[in-house]
Design a binder for this molecule. Sequence first.
Ligand SMILES: *[C@@H]1O[C@H](CO)[C@@H](O)[C@H](O)[C@H]1NC(C)=O
Ligand SMILES: *[C@@H]1O[C@H](CO)[C@@H](O)[C@H](O)[C@H]1NC(C)=O
Ligand SMILES: *[C@@H]1O[C@H](CO)[C@@H](O)[C@H](O)[C@H]1NC(C)=O
Ligand SMILES: *[C@@H]1O[C@H](CO)[C@@H](O)[C@H](O)[C@H]1NC(C)=O
Ligand SMILES: *[C@@H]1O[C@H](CO)[C@@H](O)[C@H](O)[C@H]1NC(C)=O
Ligand SMILES: *[C@@H]1O[C@H](CO)[C@@H](O)[C@H](O)[C@H]1NC(C)=O
Ligand SMILES: *[C@@H]1O[C@H](CO)[C@@H](O)[C@H](O)[C@H]1NC(C)=O
Length: 482
Amino acid sequence: MSQFSRKQVRPNVLKICILLGLQYFATGFGNRIITFKEPMPNKVLKGYGIGRERVPNEGSCRVNCYLNPDCVSINMGPLIEGELTCELNAATSGNEYFSRLVYQKDHTYLEIEQNPCGSSPCLNGGTCQAGFTRTGFRCQCSIGSFGKQCETMSPNFTAFLSAKSCSHLKELKPGAESGTYIIDPDGYGPQLPFNVTCNMTDKNGVGVTVISHDSENRTLVDGCDPAGCYSRDIHYTEASLPQLASLTYVSSHCEQFIKYECFHSRLIFLAVYPFGWWVSRDSKNMTYWGGASPDSKECACGRNNSCVKRRRCNCDQNDAQWREDSGLLTDKSTLPVRELRFGDVDSFDDHDEKGYHTLGKFKCYGPGEEAKNFQSLSFFPKVFKLKPNDLQKQRLNNRVGVTVISHDSETRTLVDGYDSPGSYSRDIHYTGASLSQLASLTKTSSHCEQSIKYECYHSRLFKNQQEPFGWWVSRNKSNITH
Ligand SMILES: *[C@@H]1O[C@H](CO)[C@@H](O)[C@H](O)[C@H]1NC(C)=O
Ligand SMILES: *[C@@H]1O[C@H](CO)[C@@H](O)[C@H](O)[C@H]1NC(C)=O
Ligand SMILES: *[C@@H]1O[C@H](CO)[C@@H](O)[C@H](O)[C@H]1NC(C)=O
Ligand SMILES: *[C@@H]1O[C@H](CO)[C@@H](O)[C@H](O)[C@H]1NC(C)=O
Ligand SMILES: *[C@@H]1O[C@H](CO)[C@@H](O)[C@H](O)[C@H]1NC(C)=O
Ligand SMILES: *[C@@H]1O[C@H](CO)[C@@H](O)[C@H](O)[C@H]1NC(C)=O
Ligand SMILES: *[C@@H]1O[C@H](CO)[C@@H](O)[C@H](O)[C@H]1NC(C)=O
């Protein structure tokens, strides 16, 4: 009996040892599985490099990528004198509509198959690493967030984040009142937060983000003849066009009122060269007017054939009478209006042709489908942006403008009974955050500080410069003697 049981025990022990060995291997090498697609000749990916080395061959470049958990593609230079440059990238080339690859002679581009990080599954600024776990990726969460996809924010860190839009703010704080707020539509993306007005009563109280600009007043258009000869650039208050584009991504609806009052001045969108038009945020000439559908080449009245003389716009008549075309532009993929252009406002047949334009504030509301997955749209690598406004933002939330991380060694602690240099040691464990998370916090902050005190009774910190008795150890394990 006893021999039998011993026999049974041994293979189990062996099995456990093998398992432990495998486990060690697995953690040591990250247990990463990645497969590369066919190499693409004469291409490289620019702007996402995370390291560059000279290696003897393509194989070792692939291994370098495998060993760097952030690497998902590589640019390889030509083989010169038995070596080639191996540049690791933290992004892949995108899709057929959005390729970031550029031509570079004699270089080769290689990327992994199906980059699961392409859809940015890690939320709240977490870094996605491809090739890990059964789902094909793992998330390195940034400070204050946790969960498989960093989906949970520690309540102590929510002061860090601003709302993506006024609708989002309303969702977070249903009691929020109309007023000025800072929003950050792309979260940890590259666009900085900006000031907006939130109207919390308009549109059934969903929370409307309102952006003012410098051309809201009714403005005279006069004194020139050729198509588009009059132009007016629109400058939005405190927001750039890319910031406003990101606002449209996180909103389900956007709108801007537009009106042209005309006296013997024409729009005529159907013409090869219309006289007037508006310019979209990405600089396209838009030849339809408020209230009509995009590509219709008409004005609101054209929709139900109610324009004067059944034309496509009231301002197509040229009949020496005041007329107007107006309505809401609502195609959020082209808004806001970047520029207004008009023509045919000289004098003709003894008529002093002229017009007036009026452009409303830019408004967005409702949760966009893209809101949650915003980062997948914009294809930026996971870099932290410095937000100089963090302090101000937190003041806005009535919070202290400082992120405070506690640890287990804050109380005055006795050091006694040790003689040789550094023989007393105490590891510091920070509350709710790993050292790498705290390192990323230092990247997003302009200043960090930690006070340190040693009270001594016949105990020395420094014998001399070369032989300290005491020191502190930095997050990267360096002994620091100042
Ligand atoms: C958040 O802060 C409160 C009060 O300072 C503390 O009691 C709590 O443990 C903190 N929670 C986390 C998750 O760190
Ligand atoms: C927002 O407005 C305030 C007050 O007008 C200003 O001090 C602050 O710099 C603005 N913030 C941003 C992000 O533009
Ligand atoms: C909010 O919008 C409504 C409707 O457009 C308007 O009447 C009201 O004055 C706005 N409130 C603020 C504070 O701007
Ligand atoms: C718009 O008109 C108002 C009232 O006439 C005036 O106070 C304001 O300065 C004008 N705004 C611009 C940008 O011209
Ligand atoms: C828009 O119209 C202007 C003036 O006719 C022209 O110079 C410009 O190239 C046009 N832009 C586009 C994108 O077609
Ligand atoms: C066309 O639509 C406008 C706006 O909806 C409306 O005011 C007008 O009465 C309509 N005209 C006709 C002829 O249906
Ligand atoms: C750790 O950081 C210090 C200060 O930035 C630097 O001088 C040192 O080279 C780093 N050490 C390691 C091992 O990375």
